[in-house]
Write a protein that binds this ligand. Structure first.
Ligand code: S3P
Length: 164
């Protein structure tokens, strides 16, 4: 991979990853999409039928396979929170970029979308507690941090390109 994007749900990993790949004329991979393709089920179905632990198992397998590809990888919000994944991300020579946003921005972005099991299962306070708890884990794997609240997707991508 040429770059890996991490961050909480709603931080813009998929949007930015796809735009960055377009600008760099390379392939974009979304870890959730790869998991869905391999499992033949949606993320919601995997969580509902097999549970989060099984989803994390698929996520770990898919991450190590995906890292050998060339391009930009957008991870899932929980990817770096699993110790073996954090270790793989830290050990990899690929730059890891953490996209952050304020609580309010995240809530505005995620509550419109029904496709995230954790958003459907948690109330707003618990979701924000999870966000806070995960921030040190994102920080631990990140080589670059970008606060996305007041930037357009293109401005974020330009910042990444300048840094890469
Ligand atoms: C998750 C985030 C989701 C997806 C799954 C679990 C998480 O990805 O992997 O629903 O634990 O934060 P996005 O961050 O792309 O929404």
């Amino acid at each position: 991979m040429q770059a890996i994007l991490v961050g909480f749900m709603g931080s813009g990993k998929t949007t930015i990853g796809s735009l960055l790949a377009q600008q760099l004329r390379t392939q974009h991979y979304d870890l959730d999409d790869l998991i869905v393709q391999q499992a033949g089920r949606s993320i919601t179905e995997i969580f509902a039928q097999s549970g989060e632990e099984y989803f994390r198992h698929l996520e770990q397998q898919t991450l190590s396979q995906a890292l050998t590809n060339k391009g930009i990888l957008s991870t899932g919000g929980g990817t770096p929170t699993i110790a073996p994944n954090a270790a793989v991300l830290k050990a990899s020579s690929t730059p890891v970029i953490w996209l952050t946003a304020k609580d309010q921005t995240i809530l505005e972005r995620v509550t419109q979308d029904q496709s995230r099991p954790l958003v459907n299962d948690l109330d707003q306070n618990s979701l924000l507690q999870l966000k806070q708890k995960r921030e040190t884990l994102y920080a631990a794997v990140a080589d670059l941090t970008i606060t996305t609240d007041y930037l357009t997707p293109l401005q974020i991508v330009q910042k990444i390109q300048e840094w890469l």
